[in-house]
Write a protein that binds this ligand. Structure first.
Ligand code: ARG
Length: 498
């Protein structure tokens, strides 16, 4: 059977992970887990933005200032990246503006000097890129340090998020650098790539907008890399399904890439099967003002900052609950409580993200997300822990019951719970088919609610009839198992006590 490729995360070297990458990472992780559960070989591909002029520019600037790349933090690296970008852009724009408004000669001279500095920086960046491209050992080593610096934080955040993402999943843009020329050539030879004012574009029979694959100056583009990467995933990784979990704003890009790949036939596996190429276009995360989430100073939130806050809230909630003497967590050690708090905080953020319709924007509302009530991650974790508590109390009695006692479905609440449990495999298949984790979230929520209804209607521990009691306990155990398994597919931990 063929493999499935999931394009997830997609961070860029020298930039911090922001909330957009949160979605690409956790939705991708869940889809990967679900396909894996269905027995498919899964390739997690982090199409890391690790190649091109902006990175060469940052590298050149850092080397000019003699920065020690080995001990660089991502925050500093990100600042250097922004500074290098601005240096190039602002001086030129400022000069044009100053000339246009007839600014004084001093101002213009100042800007001209800046502009000369910017021109030099750009020259340096281009020279750096050329040396990098030709495999200059010293520069390649320096460039690797920038990647390591970026990925250290990415992997750390992935771990906190319970996302399975490691170095083996990084196949960045640089991996395809030797394929870019041949890719353009292949399109030209197939009569699909044509010249346009010195550049090379792919044209489509059904629309005006062509796709640029080689610039006039000979440079390749994001799209060129994606063409090569798509071919690799289908023909080398032998995936009959390639799922791109990327921001909805890249819709046109993927439409263009997929159509081009189909036109040239690179969606064909070695055995002739045609691969399904799918873009899962997710919406933005919004702040309370319904605008893209920003910090007070107007910057994009880093993922780490959001997660840290969610974990802090989760931990506070868990601690508060453990203070009540009849709580299952009463008297628990501080580090155990902290671990539960981390699980709750991460579950809050992930469930809110996975549970909403992927394509839609949603408002990031931490108060609602960390609540133990309502359609939240902590609610599901709590339902799971509650069943664990019931089973714990019944342990002694269960030792004498048959291993698989018959389950009674005499009561409507029992019947409903059984039916909900039986739907699970079908739900998992649907999530894979539609690339839609929110179906699993909705299902688990209804299962938890169904369980609570059952537990209210049907006495378990105090049930008089030993056979019915044993059957109900078994029902509890199966419901717990499914909840735990489903949460596991979402990458959400299920603590035994809360
Ligand atoms: N690095 C890109 C960005 O930040 C996302 C990469 C998505 N994957 C892809 N195959 N194009 O926009």
């Amino acid at each position: 059977t063929h493999a499935v490729t999931i394009d997830l995360c997609g961070v860029n070297v020298a930039k911090q992970l922001h909330v957009g990458h949160l979605r690409a990472t956790i939705i991708g992780d869940t889809l990967a887990r679900v396909h894996g559960r269905l027995g498919r070989k899964v390739w997690r591909e982090n199409h890391l933005g690790d190649w091109g002029l902006p990175i060469a520019m940052t590298l050149a600037a850092l080397r000019r200032t003699g920065t020690d790349l080995g001990s660089l933090t991502l925050e500093h690296l990100n600042a250097a990246y922004r500074a290098a970008q601005l240096e190039g852009r602002d001086a030129a724009a400022g000069l044009t503006a100053a000339r246009g408004t007839h600014a004084g000669p001093h101002r213009i001279a100042e800007l001209e000097a800046q502009n000369a500095g910017a021109a030099m920086a750009q020259e340096d960046a281009r020279a750096t890129l050329v040396r990098l491209q030709s495999g200059d050992a010293e520069l390649v080593a320096a460039w690797r340090l920038l990647i390591d610096c970026t990925m250290r934080e990415v992997f750390e955040t992935a771990e906190t998020l319970g996302v399975h993402l490691t170095a083996e999943h990084s196949r960045g843009e640089s991996f395809f650098r030797e394929e870019l020329g041949p890719t353009v050539e292949a399109f030209v030879n197939a009569g699909l790539g044509g010249e346009d004012d010195g550049a090379i574009v792919v044209r489509y029979p059904d629309r005006e907008r062509p796709m640029l694959i080689r610039k006039r100056d000979g440079g390749f583009l994001y799209a060129t890399t994606d063409l090569a990467a798509c071919r690799f995933r289908v023909q080398t990784l032998k995936s009959d399904r390639v799922v791109y979990v990327v921001d909805a704003r890249q819709r046109d890009h993927f439409k263009d890439v997929f159509d081009a790949v189909r036109m040239i036939g690179w969606d064909r596996l070695p055995d002739g099967t045609r691969a399904r190429l799918v873009h899962v276009p997710f919406g933005s995360v919004l702040g309370p003002d319904r605008k893209p989430l920003k910090t007070r100073s107007g910057e994009n939130f880093t993922l780490k900052a959001l997660l840290d806050e969610a974990i802090e809230r989760g931990t506070r909630e868990v601690r508060a609950r453990s203070a009540s003497p009849d709580s299952p967590t009463a008297g628990m050690a501080a580090d155990e409580l902290a671990a539960i708090g981390r699980a709750v905080g991460s579950a809050a953020v992930k469930y809110a993200d996975l549970g909403s319709d992927v394509t839609r924007d949603y408002v990031f509302d931490l108060d609602r997300m960390v609540s133990f009530e309502g359609d939240t991650g902590p609610y599901l974790q709590y339902a799971h822990a509650r069943i664990a508590g019931i089973l714990g109390k019944a342990l002694d009695a269960a030792a004498h019951a048959p291993a698989r006692p018959p389950v009674s479905v005499a009561e409507p609440a029992e019947r409903q719970l059984v039916l909900a449990i039986l739907r699970y495999p079908q739900v998992v298949r649907e999530v894979a088919e539609h690339n839609d984790p929110s179906r699993l979230c909705a299902y688990l929520h209804s299962l938890a609610t169904g369980f609570n209804g059952f537990y209210q209607q049907c006495p378990v521990l105090r049930c008089e009839d030993a056979a019915v009691r044993a059957g109900r306990l078994r029902l509890c155990a199966v419901a717990k198992h499914v909840l735990r398994d489903g949460l596991g597919l979402l990458g959400i931990a299920a603590p035994e006590r809360m």
